[in-house]
Design a protein around this ligand. Sequence first.
Ligand SMILES: *Cc1c(COP(=O)(O)O)cnc(C)c1O
Length: 370
Amino acid sequence: MSDNKLITVTSPLLPKLDEFHEMLKQIWESKWITNNGSFHKQLEKELAAYLKVPYVSLFTNGTLPLITVLQALHITGEVITTPYSFVATTHALWWNGIKPVFVDIDLSTGNIDPDKIESAITPRTTAIMPVHVYGKPCNTKRIKEIADKYGLKVIYDAAHAFGVEVNGESVLNAGDMSTLSFHATKVYNTIEGGAMVMHDEETKRRIDYLKNFGFHGETEVIAPGINSKMDEMRSAYGILNLRQVDAAIEARHQVAIKYRENLRNVKGITFFDDMPGVKHNYSYFPIFVDAEEYGMTRDELYEKMKAANVYGRRYFYPLISEFSTYRGLESARPENLPNARKMANSVICLPMHHELSDEDINRILKLVLR
Ligand SMILES: *Cc1c(COP(=O)(O)O)cnc(C)c1O
């Protein structure tokens, strides 16, 4: 094998082809290919059990549950959120005619800084939408206290937080609802896919109507819903991937251990350690480059890696608040977001997936170690 083989930031967890074929045969026989079929129902149940949450509603990607949850909770006006995320977080607000209000992050986690939330609340604020960035849990307790004090809803974009637990409890149980993404690049994928997590059966029923045009039975439409149902093929694929996701997460954990061992004493490079009491999913391995101490800028390292066929990704650069749609907002002013800017300007996510070999890891490390 060439020692210059392409190493990408991630690689999708794929079911065994023969097992998937068996399930496809069943779908072909039943001819029930979408609309709450048996694999869809089965995956919702299995995910709820695996994730230790009461109810899961499957979606066709991770952006539509964000858009739908805002509709379901009748969120309007302004919503407090983070600029340090994937752009879909803020787009979901925009698609609902909601004004995003960016609050700076805490450099020790990359998540929204709860201490800066209160000063961003106005009479128009209706909700807080934080993100568990890289799967690192937000300070959910503190965020709940603030939300309760001001009567705000809390919706977590938990796209990175599949399987993450704090002291044995799923982080997905925090807030009014959480959303997940099962995109190919995520720890657990259904090719494209996503889900909403909710606390009670009534909410699940309502969300299930909303993701199917609002249909209740054949002739009644109870609300202006959307179409964001997951089909049977991807539900079956998801059932198979759920059986191997623990092994994939453990393989990622081993990669993180090797990265940390080797990068611990590199001047100018920092990274996150595991948080006490947290079961992590090792979805990403961000490193932060201090150009002065490291003697090379983040972008120089990024380009050097690329030239050696090792593709890291600058998640999350640029900040959402720097995209043209959002740049003009008062809260997007650079002075308002110094920590987010610092992180965005120093981050590289190193390749992280279940199939990285020791040889791959050594090649990556060599580039960072110089
Ligand atoms: C991936 C991601 C999404 C969007 O999910 P899709 O399944 O790609 O639509 C939303 N928010 C965050 C933080 C993400 O990383």
